[in-house]
Design a protein around this ligand. Structure first.
Ligand code: ATP
Length: 293
């Protein structure tokens, strides 16, 4: 697994990363989320060795990475790396050669990837002639050319339509399934639920959460959705009940104890119909909002 150990970084005396530590496990897709300016790109650049940390270190499978660049890592930078006006295949071959592939191997790998992304017929097109979603796929192909053993992607979903999001998701999931640690940043919180196995939340340069999606949900499942036959306002004065949201006969609540939940259910039944009394599975987007609130 890829691990960051207490990485700190300042720019002109302002600390933008403060003892950042987290792990990117193999076989899982790790989402990296945080507000604008929270420190995601800076963290990714440090992982890639493109920027140095003031303190802390990065390791892969327990071994500290000491060389400034990481030739075996694949990176899609926020500013994207490819030239709009040049044919796609030429650029991919060139990049493959920079990674020490022979011209023939680079061409073969590039065509394999383009065909996996459904773009083999566009190999000779200029990048700018493709839709944004397809351009983004080519950018990912560029990061995958040398079969990286770690994949770091800065906002791979930005600007994509829903179908392109699905295509990109399956590409990343496929890579993670091969055992490659995959870290990607995103502002599209709605994607998290369907996509990520592991979530890292950063706020003002500090890690606020670093856990599997399953553990995060388990820690936030003490909520219940109640739908009653009549107004649910009485819940507000019930001991052991915190009302999170209430609208007419519907309420989202959390109970102090299991005994409170059972007592309130019995009370609700004694007052009339209960059409729903269910554990509310929180969306990761809600958990994110709660954590950074
Ligand atoms: N080279 C630099 N010189 C000075 N400040 C910098 C530099 N790079 C980043 N910063 C500052 O570091 C902070 C974190 O920036 P960073 O780009 O890592 O955030 P981010 O989470 O990727 O944001 P976004 O979601 O907007 O891309 C910001 O306040 C930014 O202005």
């Amino acid at each position: 697994m890829l691990e960051l150990h207490q990485i700190s970084r300042s720019f002109s005396g302002t600390k933008v990363l403060d003892e950042v530590s987290f792990a990117v496990p193999r076989g899982a897709l790790t989402g990296f989320v945080g507000a604008n300016g929270a420190g995601k790109t800076t963290t990714m650049r440090i992982i890639m060795g493109l920027l140095s940390a003031n303190s802390g270190h990065v390791s892969l499978d327990g071994k500290t990475l000491s060389t400034p660049t990481r030739p075996s890592f694949g990176y899609m930078p926020e500013e994207r790396g490819l030239y709009p006006k040049q044919p796609i295949i030429d650029q991919l071959i060139y990049l493959g050669q920079l990674h020490s592939l022979s011209r023939a191997t680079a061409r073969e790998r590039a065509m394999e990837l383009l065909s996996r992304f459904g773009l083999e017929h566009r190999a000779k097109s200029k990048l700018e002639s493709l839709s944004l979603g397809n351009q983004q796929r080519v950018q990912v192909a560029a990061a995958l050319l040398h079969e990286p053993d770690v994949l770091v992607l800065d906002e791979p979903f930005s600007g994509l339509d829903p179908l392109a999001v699905d295509a990109m998701s399956s590409i990343l999931a496929d890579y993670a399934a091969r055992g490659v640690p995959v870290l990607f940043s995103s502002h599209q919180l709605d994607l998290l639920d369907t996509l990520v196995d592991h979530l890292v939340i950063i706020q003002d340069g500090k890690i606020r959460a670093n856990a599997s999606a399953q553990d995060l949900r388990a820690a936030h499942t003490s909520r219940y959705q109640l739908s009653l036959g009549a107004d649910a306002g009485w819940l507000r004065t019930e001991p052991g009940v915190e009302v999170i949201d209430l609208s007419g006969s519907n309420a989202l609540v959390s109970f102090a104890t299991v005994a409170d939940s059972q007592r309130v259910l019995a009370h609700a039944l004694s007052r009339g119909n209960v059409t729903e009394f269910a554990v509310h599975r929180p969306a990761l987007a809600d958990i994110y909002r709660e954590i950074i609130a």
